[in-house]
Design a protein around this ligand. Structure first.
Ligand SMILES: Nc1nc2c(ncn2[C@@H]2O[C@H](COP(=O)(O)OP(=O)(O)OP(=O)(O)O)[C@@H](O)[C@H]2O)c(=O)[nH]1
Ligand SMILES: [Mg+2]
Length: 432
């Protein structure tokens, strides 16, 4: 299956809850707190796999969830961090937000990693809350939820093979019979107006992407016809396949026309490896095919020519095998070239949480019972991870409300007893 756009939901793992427990040993009547921390939830990471050509390996699921961190345990045992969930995509994948208004990543390099959803932090166990003034904390944090978002993956296909030729040579017909592309085909020139891309599956992991561009004519490199605007699309291809209509006269001249246009457009492109194909052999006699093959070998200085019929699907296999073989050889040659410093995979670090930033918004106008909504990464995270029904949890929130400067900030806005502070879904009465 071919797939170049996909909408998925990614849900990173929740952090494991911290544990609340007290040492219980024989002959020790009152042991100290020994609840361990929960493990971090798994991140969701997108990774470029250079062997993939489509997004179809991710198309069978709508939601991808990473595992949760394991809960902390007694005896100060830390819960295990969850494994990251790695989603593999082809090179040239871009990641967009749900409504495509923002591009989140543009993945072009082999092995490139991008953390799309961060796992939640594990909650701290009660052993962590011991202080000189607080010897027996009866409170542990809950694990932080993992990030979740809807995203769109889009594949900007980079073609391996470019089909070139005069108008009506049969380029679109060929791509329609060898790949998943279904372009318009017709008996008039310039049927193809924009490039078509198709993936040819050779079985197993072997596949390649073919680009069919509008026909080229004499003067194309100077802007005649349509093809020249699209020649740039094939400058990144590894291999060109020149399709020649065997049924029309002047085969050699037609061949040279295209060669000249390529050279004029880019001498470098003209030197690209090429396979020459004579199409429409269903309309030719064996002698005519032989004769054309001979002529083309000479003019193109080629050792092999591939006579085919795209319409009757005659002799397509040898052509496809040759393309695949050449591509493999080209890729191997490229891989053997000394690379500029091998890149190590970048380890994913938990980003440092922002410290003191928060914002206040008065959300009720009533003078008697004002509600101040507080937003800010750190304070929201604390609110999510703290059970305020637990009196010690509530005390902890008051501690941070004061420490992060929220208390004095709401006071400056006229906070009085009876007013409330809302952080995420939690409502905490203001106190002096
Ligand atoms: N008899 C025969 N006709 C073919 C063959 N391949 C293509 N054609 C016909 O040739 C005409 C042009 O085919 P297209 O595939 O649209 O040609 P194209 O090279 O994409 O043309 P442009 O998009 O205009 O550049 C159509 O009428 C096809 O049916 C073939 O192998 N044999
Ligand atoms: Mg076409």
């Amino acid at each position: 299956m071919f797939c170049d756009e996909l909408k998925i939901k990614v849900v990173a793992g929740k952090g494991g809850d911290g544990c609340m427990s007290f040492r219980r040993e024989k002959f020790v009547p009152k042991g100290g707190p020994d609840g361990g921390d929960g493990g971090n939830g798994g991140n969701i990471i997108i990774k470029v796999n250079p062997h993939l050509n489509t997004l179809s390996n991710l198309a069978n699921k709508k939601i991808y969830k990473a595992d949760q961190g394991v809960r902390g345990k007694r005896k100060n045992m830390h819960g295990k961090n969850a494994q990251n969930l790695i989603l593999e995509v082809p090179k040239g994948t871009i990641i967009l937000n749900e409504d495509k208004s923002e591009m989140l990543a543009d993945l072009n390099k082999e092995g490139e990693l991008f953390t799309i959803a961060k796992g939640g932090k594990g909650g701290m166990g009660n052993a962590r809350f011991v202080s000189s003034t607080h010897q027996v904390p009866r409170f542990a944090e809950t694990g932080e939820p993992g990030e979740e978002k809807e995203i769109i993956l889009e594949l900007k296909l980079v073609a391996d093979v470019g089909l070139i030729g005069l108008p009506s040579a049969g380029k679109s017909t060929l791509i329609s019979v060898i790949s998943n592309a279904r372009p318009k085909i017709a008996a008039y020139h310039f049927t193809t107006l924009v490039p078509n891309l198709g993936v040819v599956n050779m079985g197993g992991n072997d596949s390649f992407v073919v680009a069919d561009i509008p026909g080229l004519i004499e003067g194309a490199s100077k802007g005649k016809g349509l093809g020249h605007q699209f020649l740039k699309h094939i400058t990144r291809t590894k291999l060109l396949v020149h399709i020649i209509d065997g049924f029309i006269p002047d085969t050699e001249k037609n061949y040279k026309t295209i060669e000249k246009e390529l050279k004029n457009f880019s001498p470098e492109l003209a030197k690209r490896e090429k396979i020459i194909v004579i199409n429409k052999i269903d309309l030719l006699s064996d002698d005519q095919i032989k004769d054309l093959t001979k002529k083309l070998k000479k003019v193109a200085k080629a050792t092999k020519i591939f006579p085919i019929s795209a319409v009757t699907k005659t002799d397509l296999k040898p052509l496809l095998y040759e393309i695949s073989k050449k591509l493999i050889a080209i890729k191997e040659k490229e891989a053997a070239k000394p690379k500029t410093k091998p890149k190590k995979e970048i380890p994913i670090l938990r980003p440092h949480l922002e410290t003191v930033k928060f914002e206040i918004e008065k959300i009720t106008k009533k003078e008697d019972h004002k509600i101040f909504r507080i937003t800010g990464k750190r304070i929201e995270q604390l609110a999510i991870m703290t059970d305020i029904k637990n009196p010690e949890g509530l005390e902890r929130m008051y501690h941070y409300i004061e420490k992060l400067g929220i208390k004095s900030a709401v006071e400056r806005k006229g906070a009085k007893i009876g007013d409330k502070i809302k952080i995420k879904e939690k409502i905490i009465p203001y106190r002096k």
